[in-house]
Design a protein around this ligand. Structure first.
Ligand SMILES: *Cc1c(COP(=O)(O)O)cnc(C)c1O
Length: 465
């Protein structure tokens, strides 16, 4: 058929709405989405006709395209996904997975009224921060604490409250960019604090800090280098030494720890990260860290430390702009409760469980995935092997450590590995994997047990449908 005839043969929106398909869609989906879906599909068909890709009008295919588009328009944009990357704290995939007990508490608190800002003893207005302060102080050893929307906010509000118009001394080796727009010098200037950089990129001595101290110095700031590592000829004073220096001049030390590690990982052979408790014990007056990195809880930022600076921060105007909601508070409190017994934290907090998972256990999970796949896939379509690989913690934590892991390596024979990777992202739920040496790797460390069947069916569907 020629273009004109094809275009004239396209059904009108009204016709489609009155067809059995149209009636079915209207009974199931919001009218505006049905209209949008029909128009989108007709437009694609028109484009195809203009591009001379059509000889005949396939009405059944057009209706199927509408059905797909309407369903697409009516699904949530933010949805669960399967993380087969092996990066445990994957910022793009939502960082920490919350424990079931924590989610249950969030549902309880948020699906009804709560004592969010109500003092049940006194029968009057209470403080929202009170619900987590005691437990944070108890676990970290800090005198006082606050919680805000994320660690970036924790750093920003602390600097504004304590150092606006004053100098903050930072080592040149710690003027890092964490990701996105969070760069220490920029955060500092936005907060109104004056950056006083000392030392060199690789070496900063205690005397460098000491020489920079003057009557306008508000803080000595230490920043965890997050995803960045310096090796070789490097030096930086310990927190203890900085604290001792600060005490001599009556200047507090603030430490942006980034990842809030609350348990000592040395017994498990993970040696690098300072725990929050260690930094507090060393005498840092203000410590900031994230809730959803190594702590394994919801997005949030904790400010813990001495009562005096924390009280000043609590009174700052900005606290209102960065305050946490009830769901975050509920999730935080429930996550922290798990830390009251370290064993429970390690077993029940998915982030910790995945990091501490033994390679043999990961290998077993990889084998379970592989055997599910082999049952439904033919050797003509694909080769499937178990390979040894390395996973990462992610989230700027433990960035120098590669964790031994096992992955299912898939080499498709009838499509490229890149096509397979892209098709996996379109599954329900989407599967996020990585490509290495011409194979698609599914790292079993970060695949949740409950997702094994969905992962297998997603891979099978991507390879065969
Ligand atoms: C991750 C990180 C931040 C930002 O924390 P968010 O919770 O993502 O806002 C700030 N500082 C350091 C050192 C970090 O590692």
């Amino acid at each position: 058929m020629e273009q004109k005839k094809l275009l004239a043969a396209l059904p009108s929106v009204d016709e489609i709405l009155k067809s059995p398909d149209g009636e079915r869609w209207l009974s199931r989906y919001p009218r505006r989405m049905v209209l949008q879906g029909i128009r989108d599909a007709v437009q694609s068909e028109r484009d195809a006709i203009f591009a001379q890709e059509r000889r005949v009008l396939d009405t059944a295919a057009l209706l199927a395209a509408m059905d797909k588009r309407i369903a697409e328009l009516c699904t949530y944009s933010l949805k669960s996904a399967i993380n087969a990357t092996g990066v445990v704290i994957h910022t793009n995939l939502g960082r920490s997975v919350l424990p079931d007990s924590v989610m249950q508490h969030v549902v309880d608190v948020a699906s009804g009224y709560s004592n969010l800002e109500y003092d049940l003893e006194k029968g009057m207005r209470g403080k929202r921060y009170s619900h987590v302060q005691r437990i944070i102080n108890d676990i970290t050893g800090a005198e006082a604490s606050l919680i805000v929307n994320n660690n970036a906010a924790a750093v920003f509000v602390s600097l504004t409250a304590l150092a606006k118009g004053k100098e903050v001394i930072v080592s040149r080796g710690e003027l890092v960019e964490i990701g996105g727009s969070f760069r220490i010098p920029d955060v500092m200037s936005a907060s109104g604090a004056i950056l006083r950089e000392v030392g060199t990129t690789n070496k900063t001595h205690l005397r460098d800090y000491e020489q920079a101290i003057n009557e306008n110095t508000a803080l000595l700031l230490k920043v965890h280098q997050s995803n960045f590592r310096m090796v070789g000829f490097t030096e930086t004073p310990s927190v203890e030494d900085l604290v001792a220096l600060g005490r001599r001049h009556n200047i507090p030390v603030m430490f942006d720890l980034g990842s809030g590690c609350l348990i000592d990982m040395k017994p498990y052979g993970i040696h690098i990260e300072l725990t929050v408790q260690e930094v507090v014990t060393a005498g840092a007056g203000i410590v900031t860290f994230s809730g959803d990195k190594l702590l394994g809880g919801p997005q949030g930022g904790v400010i813990a430390g001495n009562k005096e600076p924390i009280d000043i921060i609590a009174k700052n105007q900005l606290m209102r702009a960065v305050r946490v909601d009830k769901m975050t508070l509920a999730a935080f409190e429930a996550t922290l409760h798990l830390y009251l017994e370290e064993e429970r934290a390690r077993m029940e907090i998915p982030t910790l469980r995945m990091l501490f998972m033994k390679p043999e256990a990961i290998k077993k999970r990889a084998q379970r995935i592989a055997s599910r796949l082999r049952k439904s896939l033919s050797a003509d379509d694909v080769t499937i092997r178990i390979v040894k690989d390395a996973s990462q913690s992610g989230g700027g934590a433990l960035s120098e450590i590669l964790f031994d892991t096992f992955a299912v390596a898939i080499v498709p024979k009838k499509m490229t590995v890149n096509t397979l990777e892209a098709k996996l992202r379109k599954q329900k739920p989407p599967v996020i994997a990585r490509i290495k040496d011409g194979a698609l790797l599914l790292d079993a460390r970060t695949v949740l047990d409950k997702d094994l069947p969905l992962l297998a069916s997603g891979v099978i569907n991507a390879l065969t449908a």
